[in-house]
Design a protein around this ligand. Structure first.
Ligand SMILES: [Mg+2]
Ligand SMILES: [Zn+2]
Length: 183
């Protein structure tokens, strides 16, 4: 369809903490969920194009024994209520030592998202706030756009293929027609 030939993404995935909502480390309380600036606008801009939106989130607090799956799900439900509905939620519950294939920077959640949505991974885009998001996108062959926060390290910004100031700008960038002017 149109998106396949234009090279635009066919679905957009978002990191949760520090991208859609403010990062509150190991948060299990839905009352502490606060939207990042432009998040609502960004998600609805994708939805208006008729494309699926999803969330891919590392929640190692579960594996570390700091959070229950139910707490994470209640926070996710609040995010869905504020910014959703999302077509897809992928949660990695593992700690970094567990060696799973889904914790970003591994591409497992993007592979799963592609399978669930019936798309190729190269048709996906992931918007996130740290280098692990960009590495997961690259490892899956998907497009990644970094939206830095004050916590994002300088080298992560330098290494990112694409960078935007806000999540809304990132969506705009994804659907911008590239105009190549050759010398
Ligand atoms: Mg994040
Ligand atoms: Zn995992």
């Amino acid at each position: 369809m149109e998106n396949h030939t234009s090279g635009f993404p066919c679905a957009v995935l978002f990191d949760r903490d520090g991208t859609l909502i403010r990062d509150v480390p190991y948060n299990g309380d839905p009352a502490l969920v606060t939207e990042m600036p432009g998040a609502r606008e960004a998600v609805s801009a994708v939805r208006k194009r008729g494309l699926p939106v999803g969330v891919v989130t590392n929640q190692s607090g579960i594996g570390r024994g700091l959070l229950s799956l139910e707490q994470v799900q209640s926070v996710n439900a609040r995010v869905d209520q504020l910014l959703g509905p999302f077509d897809l939620w992928c949660v990695c519950p593992h700690g970094p030592e567990e060696g799973c294939g889904c914790r970003k920077p591994a591409p497992g959640m993007l592979l799963r998202a592609a399978a669930v949505l019936g798309l190729a991974t190269k048709e996906l885009a992931l918007i996130g706030d740290i280098g692990a998001d960009m590495e997961a996108a690259a490892a899956a062959g998907a497009r990644g756009v970094l939206v830095p926060t004050p916590e994002t390290r300088r080298e992560e910004i330098n290494d990112a293929a694409e960078v935007a100031a806000t999540i809304a700008d990132a969506v705009e960038l994804l659907f911008k027609v590239q105009q190549a002017v050759l010398p």
